[in-house]
Design a protein. Sequence first.
Length: 373
Amino acid sequence: MKTLSPVKVTLFSGVLLVLGFIIGLGYQSFQNAAEHQKPAPQKANLQPPVMHGLRVSPDDQLLAFTGIYQHFTQSSRFVFNLKASTWSAVETPAGWQDSMVQWSKNGRTLLYERSKLPRVVIGAKAGLYSEKVLLNNGKPQWKNQTPLSQNLQEPGEQIYAGFWTPQDQLVVKTQHDDRSLFLAKNDRLTKIDHSPGTYYQNRFVGNDYYVVRDADRSGNKIALFRIHQKKSKQLGPNFSNIIWAYLSENAKWLLLCSNAVSGQNWKWDLWKVENEGLKKVTSAQIPSDVIAVYWSPDFKHIFGAVGNKLWLIDVPTLKLHQIGNRNDWHADDAAWLNHQNAVIVAATGKLWKVDIASGKATELWEFPKKYWE
Protein backbone atom coordinates (compact mmCIF):
# COMPACT_ATOMS: atom_id res chain seq x y z
CA MET A 1 0.00 0.00 0.00
CA LYS A 2 1.25 3.41 -0.95
CA THR A 3 1.87 5.63 2.06
CA LEU A 4 0.40 9.12 1.95
CA SER A 5 2.70 11.99 2.56
CA PRO A 6 2.26 14.00 5.80
CA VAL A 7 0.93 16.92 3.78
CA LYS A 8 -1.74 14.79 2.09
CA VAL A 9 -2.66 13.21 5.41
CA THR A 10 -3.18 16.68 6.83
CA LEU A 11 -5.30 17.77 3.86
CA PHE A 12 -7.38 14.58 3.94
CA SER A 13 -7.98 14.97 7.66
CA GLY A 14 -9.04 18.57 7.11
CA VAL A 15 -11.58 17.52 4.49
CA LEU A 16 -13.08 14.93 6.85
CA LEU A 17 -13.24 17.50 9.60
CA VAL A 18 -15.11 19.98 7.40
CA LEU A 19 -17.53 17.27 6.28
CA GLY A 20 -18.12 16.40 9.89
CA PHE A 21 -19.04 19.98 10.64
CA ILE A 22 -21.38 20.14 7.66
CA ILE A 23 -23.40 17.12 8.73
CA GLY A 24 -23.67 18.44 12.26
CA LEU A 25 -20.65 17.03 14.11
CA GLY A 26 -19.24 19.84 16.14
CA TYR A 27 -21.57 22.31 14.46
CA GLN A 28 -22.27 24.30 17.62
CA SER A 29 -18.56 24.77 18.32
CA PHE A 30 -18.03 25.86 14.74
CA GLN A 31 -20.89 28.32 14.99
CA ASN A 32 -19.60 29.80 18.23
CA ALA A 33 -16.13 30.18 16.77
CA ALA A 34 -17.57 31.92 13.71
CA GLU A 35 -19.49 34.32 15.93
CA HIS A 36 -16.28 35.37 17.65
CA GLN A 37 -14.42 35.78 14.38
CA LYS A 38 -16.99 37.67 12.29
CA PRO A 39 -17.01 41.48 12.50
CA ALA A 40 -19.58 43.34 14.55
CA PRO A 41 -22.90 43.69 12.69
CA GLN A 42 -23.27 46.86 10.71
CA LYS A 43 -26.18 49.22 11.17
CA ALA A 44 -27.72 48.08 7.90
CA ASN A 45 -28.06 44.54 9.31
CA LEU A 46 -29.86 45.61 12.46
CA GLN A 47 -33.60 45.30 12.84
CA PRO A 48 -35.17 48.76 12.49
CA PRO A 49 -37.97 49.92 14.77
CA VAL A 50 -41.49 49.73 13.39
CA MET A 51 -43.41 52.99 12.89
CA HIS A 52 -47.18 53.29 12.60
CA GLY A 53 -50.00 55.77 13.10
CA LEU A 54 -48.37 58.69 11.28
CA ARG A 55 -50.46 61.83 11.84
CA VAL A 56 -49.57 65.24 10.39
CA SER A 57 -50.84 68.33 12.23
CA PRO A 58 -53.23 70.61 10.30
CA ASP A 59 -50.48 73.22 9.81
CA ASP A 60 -47.99 70.62 8.46
CA GLN A 61 -45.53 71.44 11.24
CA LEU A 62 -45.66 68.39 13.49
CA LEU A 63 -45.71 64.67 12.80
CA ALA A 64 -46.79 62.25 15.53
CA PHE A 65 -46.29 58.50 15.35
CA THR A 66 -45.66 55.36 17.39
CA GLY A 67 -42.31 53.56 17.38
CA ILE A 68 -42.12 49.89 18.45
CA TYR A 69 -38.75 48.30 19.22
CA GLN A 70 -36.85 45.86 21.48
CA HIS A 71 -38.36 42.81 19.80
CA PHE A 72 -41.86 44.32 19.97
CA THR A 73 -41.80 44.65 23.75
CA GLN A 74 -41.39 48.42 24.03
CA SER A 75 -42.91 51.44 22.32
CA SER A 76 -42.77 55.22 22.54
CA ARG A 77 -44.78 58.18 21.31
CA PHE A 78 -42.73 60.31 18.95
CA VAL A 79 -43.35 63.83 17.70
CA PHE A 80 -41.18 65.30 14.94
CA ASN A 81 -41.00 68.96 13.90
CA LEU A 82 -41.13 68.83 10.09
CA LYS A 83 -39.88 72.42 9.78
CA ALA A 84 -37.10 72.45 12.37
CA SER A 85 -36.13 68.73 12.12
CA THR A 86 -36.25 68.36 15.91
CA TRP A 87 -38.02 65.62 17.82
CA SER A 88 -38.81 64.13 21.20
CA ALA A 89 -40.24 60.89 22.53
CA VAL A 90 -42.10 59.61 25.58
CA GLU A 91 -41.72 55.96 26.47
CA THR A 92 -44.95 54.02 26.90
CA PRO A 93 -45.16 51.62 29.89
CA ALA A 94 -43.59 48.26 29.03
CA GLY A 95 -45.89 46.01 27.03
CA TRP A 96 -48.19 48.81 25.87
CA GLN A 97 -48.48 50.93 22.74
CA ASP A 98 -50.24 54.20 21.97
CA SER A 99 -51.87 54.46 18.54
CA MET A 100 -52.26 58.00 17.21
CA VAL A 101 -55.86 58.82 16.22
CA GLN A 102 -55.93 62.49 15.25
CA TRP A 103 -54.78 66.03 15.97
CA SER A 104 -57.06 68.68 17.40
CA LYS A 105 -58.03 71.51 15.06
CA ASN A 106 -55.28 73.78 16.46
CA GLY A 107 -52.66 71.09 15.86
CA ARG A 108 -51.31 71.04 19.40
CA THR A 109 -53.25 68.24 21.10
CA LEU A 110 -53.33 64.59 20.11
CA LEU A 111 -55.90 61.89 20.66
CA TYR A 112 -54.50 58.36 20.96
CA GLU A 113 -55.60 54.88 22.01
CA ARG A 114 -53.61 52.74 24.44
CA SER A 115 -53.62 48.98 23.93
CA LYS A 116 -51.51 45.95 24.77
CA LEU A 117 -48.55 44.72 22.82
CA PRO A 118 -48.51 40.90 22.49
CA ARG A 119 -46.33 40.61 25.61
CA VAL A 120 -46.61 40.72 29.41
CA VAL A 121 -47.99 44.12 30.40
CA ILE A 122 -47.52 46.12 33.58
CA GLY A 123 -47.98 49.61 34.92
CA ALA A 124 -50.65 51.06 32.62
CA LYS A 125 -54.30 50.92 31.63
CA ALA A 126 -55.90 50.50 28.25
CA GLY A 127 -58.13 53.33 27.10
CA LEU A 128 -58.39 56.63 25.30
CA TYR A 129 -55.96 59.46 26.06
CA SER A 130 -55.22 63.01 24.92
CA GLU A 131 -52.00 64.94 25.36
CA LYS A 132 -50.67 68.42 24.69
CA VAL A 133 -47.69 68.86 22.40
CA LEU A 134 -45.67 71.97 23.27
CA LEU A 135 -42.98 73.68 21.21
CA ASN A 136 -39.97 74.75 23.27
CA ASN A 137 -37.47 76.62 21.05
CA GLY A 138 -38.77 74.66 18.10
CA LYS A 139 -38.43 71.27 19.80
CA PRO A 140 -41.75 69.45 20.26
CA GLN A 141 -42.42 67.89 23.64
CA TRP A 142 -45.20 65.69 25.01
CA LYS A 143 -46.92 67.20 28.06
CA ASN A 144 -49.99 66.70 30.27
CA GLN A 145 -51.37 63.28 29.41
CA THR A 146 -55.11 63.04 30.12
CA PRO A 147 -56.98 59.70 30.34
CA LEU A 148 -60.31 60.47 28.67
CA SER A 149 -62.06 57.14 29.13
CA GLN A 150 -61.31 56.81 32.84
CA ASN A 151 -64.38 58.75 34.00
CA LEU A 152 -66.68 57.54 31.23
CA GLN A 153 -68.60 54.47 32.33
CA GLU A 154 -71.52 52.65 30.76
CA PRO A 155 -72.84 49.43 32.36
CA GLY A 156 -71.67 46.38 30.44
CA GLU A 157 -69.65 48.46 27.95
CA GLN A 158 -65.88 48.85 27.60
CA ILE A 159 -64.39 51.80 25.72
CA TYR A 160 -61.71 50.72 23.25
CA ALA A 161 -61.42 53.58 20.71
CA GLY A 162 -62.73 57.02 19.78
CA PHE A 163 -62.43 60.13 17.64
CA TRP A 164 -63.09 63.88 17.71
CA THR A 165 -65.77 65.51 15.56
CA PRO A 166 -65.03 68.83 13.80
CA GLN A 167 -66.91 70.46 16.70
CA ASP A 168 -64.36 68.97 19.16
CA GLN A 169 -66.91 66.52 20.53
CA LEU A 170 -65.55 63.17 21.66
CA VAL A 171 -67.21 60.05 20.25
CA VAL A 172 -66.18 56.71 21.74
CA LYS A 173 -66.53 53.13 20.55
CA THR A 174 -67.50 50.50 23.08
CA GLN A 175 -67.61 46.74 23.02
CA HIS A 176 -69.64 44.14 24.85
CA ASP A 177 -71.01 41.17 22.92
CA ASP A 178 -71.25 43.67 20.07
CA ARG A 179 -70.23 47.31 19.63
CA SER A 180 -71.75 50.78 19.90
CA LEU A 181 -71.01 54.47 19.39
CA PHE A 182 -71.53 56.95 22.21
CA LEU A 183 -71.19 60.74 22.38
CA ALA A 184 -69.19 61.75 25.46
CA LYS A 185 -70.17 65.01 27.12
CA ASN A 186 -69.69 66.18 30.72
CA ASP A 187 -68.54 62.69 31.73
CA ARG A 188 -71.78 61.19 30.39
CA LEU A 189 -72.33 58.88 27.43
CA THR A 190 -75.25 59.22 25.01
CA LYS A 191 -75.79 56.33 22.59
CA ILE A 192 -75.56 57.20 18.89
CA ASP A 193 -75.53 53.87 17.09
CA HIS A 194 -75.27 50.14 17.59
CA SER A 195 -73.48 47.52 15.46
CA PRO A 196 -74.25 43.79 15.56
CA GLY A 197 -70.56 43.24 14.91
CA THR A 198 -67.64 45.54 14.14
CA TYR A 199 -67.20 49.19 13.11
CA TYR A 200 -64.76 49.80 10.25
CA GLN A 201 -64.98 53.50 9.34
CA ASN A 202 -66.62 56.38 11.18
CA ARG A 203 -67.04 59.86 9.71
CA PHE A 204 -68.84 62.93 11.01
CA VAL A 205 -69.98 65.33 8.25
CA GLY A 206 -72.40 68.19 8.78
CA ASN A 207 -74.74 66.95 11.49
CA ASP A 208 -74.61 63.31 10.47
CA TYR A 209 -72.48 60.27 11.22
CA TYR A 210 -71.53 57.95 8.38
CA VAL A 211 -70.34 54.50 9.46
CA VAL A 212 -69.25 51.35 7.70
CA ARG A 213 -70.10 48.39 9.89
CA ASP A 214 -71.34 44.83 9.95
CA ALA A 215 -74.91 44.49 8.73
CA ASP A 216 -75.65 41.38 10.79
CA ARG A 217 -74.12 39.18 13.47
CA SER A 218 -72.61 36.75 10.97
CA GLY A 219 -69.87 39.21 10.10
CA ASN A 220 -70.16 38.21 6.45
CA LYS A 221 -71.98 41.33 5.30
CA ILE A 222 -71.05 44.99 5.69
CA ALA A 223 -72.91 48.15 4.71
CA LEU A 224 -72.78 51.95 4.88
CA PHE A 225 -75.16 53.69 7.29
CA ARG A 226 -76.03 57.33 7.91
CA ILE A 227 -77.04 58.26 11.44
CA HIS A 228 -79.17 61.41 11.71
CA GLN A 229 -80.47 62.41 15.14
CA LYS A 230 -79.81 58.90 16.46
CA LYS A 231 -81.77 57.30 13.62
CA SER A 232 -79.82 54.91 11.41
CA LYS A 233 -80.49 54.46 7.69
CA GLN A 234 -78.65 52.04 5.43
CA LEU A 235 -77.27 53.59 2.23
CA GLY A 236 -76.90 51.11 -0.60
CA PRO A 237 -76.75 47.31 -0.55
CA ASN A 238 -75.00 44.81 1.70
CA PHE A 239 -71.52 43.80 0.58
CA SER A 240 -69.89 40.42 1.12
CA ASN A 241 -66.43 38.89 0.55
CA ILE A 242 -64.85 42.26 1.26
CA ILE A 243 -61.27 42.35 2.54
CA TRP A 244 -61.53 45.96 3.65
CA ALA A 245 -63.76 48.99 3.16
CA TYR A 246 -62.62 52.62 3.27
CA LEU A 247 -64.96 55.59 3.47
CA SER A 248 -63.30 58.89 2.60
CA GLU A 249 -63.16 61.48 5.37
CA ASN A 250 -65.69 63.68 3.55
CA ALA A 251 -68.08 60.69 3.29
CA LYS A 252 -68.36 61.12 -0.49
CA TRP A 253 -66.55 57.97 -1.64
CA LEU A 254 -66.71 54.36 -0.52
CA LEU A 255 -63.87 52.12 -1.64
CA LEU A 256 -64.24 48.35 -1.37
CA CYS A 257 -61.36 45.90 -1.79
CA SER A 258 -61.74 42.21 -2.64
CA ASN A 259 -59.59 39.51 -4.22
CA ALA A 260 -59.29 39.66 -8.00
CA VAL A 261 -60.39 36.61 -9.97
CA SER A 262 -56.77 36.02 -11.04
CA GLY A 263 -55.71 35.83 -7.40
CA GLN A 264 -52.69 38.00 -8.18
CA ASN A 265 -54.05 41.49 -7.55
CA TRP A 266 -56.85 43.34 -5.77
CA LYS A 267 -60.20 44.27 -7.19
CA TRP A 268 -61.27 47.76 -6.16
CA ASP A 269 -64.85 48.97 -6.47
CA LEU A 270 -65.46 52.70 -6.11
CA TRP A 271 -68.92 53.91 -5.05
CA LYS A 272 -70.16 57.48 -4.76
CA VAL A 273 -72.39 58.47 -1.85
CA GLU A 274 -75.25 60.55 -3.24
CA ASN A 275 -79.02 61.03 -3.07
CA GLU A 276 -79.38 59.03 0.12
CA GLY A 277 -77.75 56.02 -1.50
CA LEU A 278 -74.72 54.59 -3.29
CA LYS A 279 -73.89 54.72 -6.99
CA LYS A 280 -71.28 52.38 -8.49
CA VAL A 281 -68.65 54.41 -10.35
CA THR A 282 -65.95 52.02 -11.54
CA SER A 283 -63.84 48.95 -10.81
CA ALA A 284 -60.13 48.35 -11.37
CA GLN A 285 -57.34 45.84 -10.89
CA ILE A 286 -54.80 47.20 -8.38
CA PRO A 287 -51.34 45.71 -7.71
CA SER A 288 -51.16 43.42 -4.71
CA ASP A 289 -48.50 45.55 -3.00
CA VAL A 290 -50.99 48.37 -2.46
CA ILE A 291 -51.69 47.19 1.06
CA ALA A 292 -52.64 50.47 2.75
CA VAL A 293 -54.45 53.45 1.23
CA TYR A 294 -54.32 57.15 2.08
CA TRP A 295 -56.76 59.71 0.60
CA SER A 296 -55.32 63.05 -0.48
CA PRO A 297 -56.65 66.17 1.30
CA ASP A 298 -58.68 67.11 -1.81
CA PHE A 299 -59.99 63.51 -2.20
CA LYS A 300 -58.92 63.43 -5.85
CA HIS A 301 -56.18 60.85 -5.34
CA ILE A 302 -55.32 57.82 -3.23
CA PHE A 303 -51.76 57.12 -2.17
CA GLY A 304 -51.01 53.39 -2.03
CA ALA A 305 -48.11 52.03 0.01
CA VAL A 306 -46.71 49.38 2.40
CA GLY A 307 -45.70 47.05 -0.47
CA ASN A 308 -42.62 47.17 -2.70
CA LYS A 309 -43.57 50.34 -4.56
CA LEU A 310 -45.44 53.60 -4.03
CA TRP A 311 -48.54 54.25 -6.12
CA LEU A 312 -50.94 57.06 -6.95
CA ILE A 313 -54.50 56.15 -7.88
CA ASP A 314 -56.72 58.82 -9.45
CA VAL A 315 -60.32 59.31 -8.30
CA PRO A 316 -62.82 58.57 -9.80
CA THR A 317 -61.06 56.78 -12.70
CA LEU A 318 -58.84 54.58 -10.47
CA LYS A 319 -56.06 55.12 -13.04
CA LEU A 320 -52.75 53.91 -11.62
CA HIS A 321 -49.31 55.60 -11.58
CA GLN A 322 -46.11 54.47 -9.89
CA ILE A 323 -44.40 57.19 -7.84
CA GLY A 324 -40.65 57.18 -8.46
CA ASN A 325 -38.60 54.16 -9.49
CA ARG A 326 -37.76 52.60 -6.14
CA ASN A 327 -39.13 49.06 -5.71
CA ASP A 328 -37.95 48.13 -2.21
CA TRP A 329 -39.96 50.46 0.04
CA HIS A 330 -41.83 48.01 2.30
CA ALA A 331 -43.13 51.05 4.17
CA ASP A 332 -44.55 50.81 7.68
CA ASP A 333 -46.99 53.69 7.25
CA ALA A 334 -47.54 57.00 5.46
CA ALA A 335 -49.46 60.29 5.66
CA TRP A 336 -50.30 63.12 3.28
CA LEU A 337 -49.15 66.67 3.98
CA ASN A 338 -52.12 69.04 4.07
CA HIS A 339 -50.68 71.95 2.10
CA GLN A 340 -48.14 70.31 -0.21
CA ASN A 341 -48.38 67.73 -2.98
CA ALA A 342 -46.25 65.34 -0.96
CA VAL A 343 -46.46 62.48 1.52
CA ILE A 344 -44.44 61.39 4.55
CA VAL A 345 -43.39 57.75 4.37
CA ALA A 346 -42.03 55.69 7.27
CA ALA A 347 -39.79 52.83 6.12
CA THR A 348 -36.81 50.87 7.51
CA GLY A 349 -36.42 53.09 10.54
CA LYS A 350 -36.47 56.34 8.57
CA LEU A 351 -38.86 59.13 7.69
CA TRP A 352 -38.98 60.26 4.06
CA LYS A 353 -40.71 63.10 2.30
CA VAL A 354 -41.84 62.00 -1.17
CA ASP A 355 -42.89 64.52 -3.81
CA ILE A 356 -45.94 63.15 -5.64
CA ALA A 357 -45.24 64.82 -8.99
CA SER A 358 -41.55 63.99 -9.35
CA GLY A 359 -41.26 60.93 -7.12
CA LYS A 360 -38.19 62.45 -5.44
CA ALA A 361 -37.66 61.00 -1.94
CA THR A 362 -35.83 63.09 0.67
CA GLU A 363 -34.71 61.52 3.93
CA LEU A 364 -35.90 63.58 6.91
CA TRP A 365 -34.90 61.57 9.97
CA GLU A 366 -33.58 58.24 11.18
CA PHE A 367 -34.13 56.50 14.50
CA PRO A 368 -31.12 56.88 16.83
CA LYS A 369 -28.97 53.77 17.32
CA LYS A 370 -30.44 52.91 20.72
CA TYR A 371 -33.77 51.99 19.09
CA TRP A 372 -32.26 49.50 16.62
CA GLU A 373 -32.00 45.80 17.48
